[in-house]
Design a protein around this ligand. Structure first.
Ligand SMILES: [Zn+2]
Ligand SMILES: [Zn+2]
Length: 367
């Protein structure tokens, strides 16, 4: 079968022929690939950045945002049958820590996990893939056009779910509402694919959403935000330290920019008892100067939480499928507009290297 592979640490990326994977245990599922999304991680990998081939291999098959159809199941599989749709998770546990032994490799303590398509395990940019049922989430056929968004949505779902759990625990004496986000002001910094997924999830939970970015207001991403009833804030026109004056302080901040300086400055917009979850991963080593005393003073005096969140558990993938289904029902045009380009696998080079201005999510087609 065909697959897209890189030589980690180089810019070498090619379409290769590899042996088609076969079921080798009763709890395995074989999937024919439909689509695999491309994100910043893939583009970093093909430009020689962070990626590791499986042990003993020179090449790594890339791709971690998959969606496909079940073609074969082992005798012990109960979750899906032939013809069903599904998504395999990205991370596989280290088998050494408490988190991984309890199915929470997203919270791995040792860092010795593997990630399909990224770290030590082949990914999903291939015609077929086999893995264990425990890593599979079933996707309803109604979602077949957007099922490839399950992985990015799972990242937003985890960040929001953790924030809700923390707030419920902190306010248990006087605010017993299960959905703390209802009616709260949520600021999303960076409305790329993850930020927009967060916008859908937050609107579904009743939050007032303000999305900030540095693109023109009449372009695609702000228009999707507005279709959900969100407001757009042009970060080129409003200083980060003035956001609270323009929009009011945010009870919840969802950060998806990966710009370290902005990540710190955003704390200024956080309300009393607010929670701020960062999902962007900054790079580089340029120092920035911070009024550390002011930042820490505010964090303490305002009872604020600053939280980092990465990856997702199977439970968050299931939440993501639910959020995609609810989004499709409420805002079908908006959710369908997230996939801006579908590229046949033979044109992988274009999908990985060309950037179009109104691009949100580019997917590689394998059918
Ligand atoms: Zn990704
Ligand atoms: Zn672990």
């Amino acid at each position: 079968m065909k697959a897209i592979a890189i030589v980690p640490g180089t810019t070498d990326v090619s379409l290769i022929d590899v042996q088609e994977p076969q079921l080798s245990a009763p709890d395995e599922v074989k999937i024919r690939m439909w689509q695999v999304g491309i994100c910043g991680t893939d583009r970093e990998e093909v430009s020689g950045g962070r990626a590791d081939a499986p042990e003993g291999q020179q090449k790594l098959i890339i791709g971690h945002e998959m969606f496909g159809q079940v073609v074969e199941v082992g005798s012990a599989v109960t979750k899906v049958k032939e013809g069903d749709f599904g998504v395999f998770m990205v991370r596989r546990g280290c088998n050494q820590c408490e988190a991984c032994r309890n199915g929470r490799s997203d919270m791995c303590f040792t860092g010795n996990y593997t990630e399909r398509g990224i770290k030590g395990a082949d990914g999903y940019q291939a015609e077929f893939v086999v893995d264990k049922e425990q890593y599979l989430v079933k996707v309803l056929p109604e979602l077949k056009n957007i099922g490839v968004l399950t992985e990015p949505m799972s990242v937003a779902a985890k960040a929001i779910d953790e924030s809700l759990i923390i707030q419920q625990a902190r306010f248990r004496d006087f605010d017993k509402t299960e959905n703390w986000l209802q009616g709260k002001k949520a600021l999303i910094a960076g409305i790329g694919p993850i930020g927009l997924m967060a916008a859908f999830a937050l609107r579904l939970r009743g939050a007032e959403v303000i999305g900030m970015d540095i693109v023109d207001e009449n372009t695609l991403r702000p228009s999707i935000l507005k279709q959900l009833g969100g407001k757009y804030l042009d970060g080129r026109k409003t200083k980060t330290t003035d956001i609270d004056e323009v929009c009011g302080e945010a009870d919840f901040i969802f950060e998806a920019t990966g710009i370290a300086k902005l990540q710190i400055q955003l704390l200024d917009a956080l309300a009393i008892n607010g929670i701020y979850v960062a999902t962007g991963i900054p790079a580089g080593d340029r120092p920035i100067s911070v009024e550390a005393a002011t930042v820490m003073q505010q964090l303490v005096l305002k009872n604020q939480v600053l939280l980092g969140s990465v990856n997702a558990s199977i439970h968050h993938y299931e939440m993501a499928v639910g959020d995609l289904a609810a989004s499709l029902e409420k805002w079908p045009d908006a959710i369908n507009a997230i996939i801006t380009e579908k590229v046949p696998f033979k044109d992988f080079d274009r999908a990985l290297h060309q950037h179009n201005e109104d691009e949100i999510k580019v997917v590689v087609e394998w059918q």
